[in-house]
Write a protein that binds this ligand. Structure first.
Ligand code: ZN
Length: 271
């Protein structure tokens, strides 16, 4: 195997930061060619650090790194896009952080995935331009599942491949998608999805994020989609994403367009 160069350049999206010692931080970066990786920024928490502003989570930056014994080390960082409109809005930043957490948790280090990088960029750009956070998150969830090899079967029954009637249908994560009425008893747990919700999910697979942002989704439908997809994501991740509580808390703040009255949430969750 040829020896790897001591220094290398890449662009990347900062997914998350954790502090190390007095002044250092470890950043998780999603890059177009080397997938996700961790690297350390020395002295980045000192007030005069020149890299500080260029390594904020959710920033797209040009990076220069040096190979280290265990972790690589940032030697330069320069912002390409700061996504300021996301940072200035609680709901959009909560959604972007949720997508960043999924990108982190669904991947292993150094697994090349240019499609995921493009998807993450598309989501950040859409949110920055004012795309609605809820539908944007649903779009991201569906697309990242496909990229990771868990594409949901939405066109026919995931168990018997039979035709699906245009009625309320079970979405079963363990079966891998929608399940017809005959197979429902033997399919794993899931949630019943109404016809409108199924149409929205099918549409999301076939259009770009800008077109999907134009779809009119009322609060009840948004909640139905959110709960169903949350179950799917948790099934494949084998845990619940930490940032989901933050997204929910922000969405429930008074005055938010997606805030649902508590009784609607309860009746929607079924018995
Ligand atoms: Zn079936």
């Amino acid at each position: 195997m040829p020896e790897r160069p001591r220094a290398y350049k890449t662009e990347g999206i900062i997914l998350r930061r954790r502090n190390l010692g007095e002044a250092d931080s470890i950043f998780t970066v999603l890059s177009p060619r080397q997938g996700k990786f961790d690297a350390i920024a020395k002295g980045v928490r000192k007030p005069r650090s020149r890299m500080r502003g260029h390594l904020e989570p959710l920033t797209r930056s040009r990076l220069l790194l040096a190979r280290g014994r265990s972790l690589d080390v940032f030697t330069q960082a320069e912002t390409i896009t700061p996504y300021r409109a996301i940072r200035d809005d609680l709901e959009r930043s909560a959604t972007a952080l949720y997508c960043a957490e999924l990108a982190d948790r669904f991947t292993i280090e150094h697994a090349d995935n240019p499609g995921l990088y493009e998807l993450m960029l598309a989501v950040l750009e859409a949110l920055d331009l004012g795309a609605p956070p809820g539908p944007t998150a649903r779009y991201f969830e569906l697309q990242i599942l496909s990229l990771m090899g868990y594409e949901l079967q939405l066109d026919c029954c995931a168990a018997c491949r039979g035709r699906l009637e245009p009625v309320e249908t079970l979405l079963s994560p363990s079966a891998g998608g929608l399940v017809c009425e005959r197979c429902r008893a033997k399919a794993g747990a899931g949630r019943l999805l109404g016809v409108r919700a199924i149409k929205v999910l099918r549409y999301a697979r076939n259009v770009d994020i800008a077109a999907f942002g134009e779809v009119r989704i009322d609060a009840v439908l948004a909640n139905e989609l959110e709960v169903a997809m949350a179950g799917v994501v948790s099934h494949f991740l084998e845990r619940e994403p930490r940032s989901r509580h933050f997204v929910e808390a922000v969405a429930a703040l008074p005055g938010r367009p997606n805030a649902l009255a508590p009784e609607i949430v309860r009746s929607d969750q079924g018995p």
